[in-house]
Ligand binder design. Sequence first.
Ligand code: CTP
Ligand code: MG
Length: 237
Amino acid sequence: SRTAVVIPAAGRGVRLGPGTPKALRALNGTPILIHAVRAMAASRAVSLVVVVAPPDGAAEVKNLLDAHALPERTDYLVVPGGETRQESVRLGLEALPEGVTTVLVHDAARPLVPVETVDAVIEAVQEGAVAVVPAVPLADTVKEVEPAAEGAGGAPEPVVATPDRARLRAVQTPQGFAHETLLRAHRTVTEAVTDDAGMVERLGEPVVVVPGHEEAFKVTRPLDLVLAEAVLARRRA
Ligand code: CTP
Ligand code: MG
C-alpha cells in the first residue's frame, strides 16, 4: 500500500492581502508551502507528495522544492492548479500514479499541522475508513443568518437558527481517503463544496471525524501569520 498527499497551493490568498500567492509567502524566512510539505513528509508513511502550484507558478514551485532540504524517502511532483480549490485538488489527483491506496489532501495554508495528526488520519484510513476528517470543537457559538444582499456590508442580518455547539466541529486538513473513493467523488460530484470530505458525503459514503489539532489552523488573514510565527518561536524555545 502506498500513501500519497495532494497539497492544493494554487490560491492567491486574497484574504491575506495583495502580494505573492499565499503559499509562497515566507513564515520565519521559509515559504508557507515548504513548511506544509515538510509537515506531510514528516510522516514515515508518506511516499509521494503532489504539490498543486499556481497555474503560472509550477516552475517556480519546482525550484523551491529543489532548493529546500526534504526527506529522501519521499517523491515530489508539481502540477499546475485551477480556478477553484476543488479543481486544483482534482488536477492533483489525476497526477497520482497507479498503486496509491491512501490519499491525503492537505491545504498548503495549514503549514504547522503536527505529524501526530497526519499519522492519526492515515491510520484511520488504513484501518478501514473511506474518509477521515481531523476536526476540533468550536470556541464560538455559531448562528445561521439570512445573509444581507451582496454590497450591503454591515447591514443587520436576521438570525435563522442557533445549532447546538456541542454537536459542531471545525474541520481541518489533512483529510484522508481511500484513493478510489476520492477519485470517484472528484470525477462525479459537480456541486461546489468547501472540503473534500463533503464530496464523499455527496456520494453517500461514510465520513468520520478524528481529533484535529489547534496548530493545524489555516493561515487565512494577516493575524494568522502573527499566530503562526509565534507557534514556530515556541517550538524553537
Ligand atoms: N487553493 C488552490 N486552488 C485554488 C484556490 C485555493 O489550490 N484555485 C488552495 C490554497 O492555495 C490553499 C487551500 O486551497 O492552500 C485552502 O484555500 P484558502 O485558504 O481559501 O486559500 P486561498 O483561496 O488562496 O485564499 P483566499 O480564499 O483568501 O483567496
Ligand atoms: Mg479560498
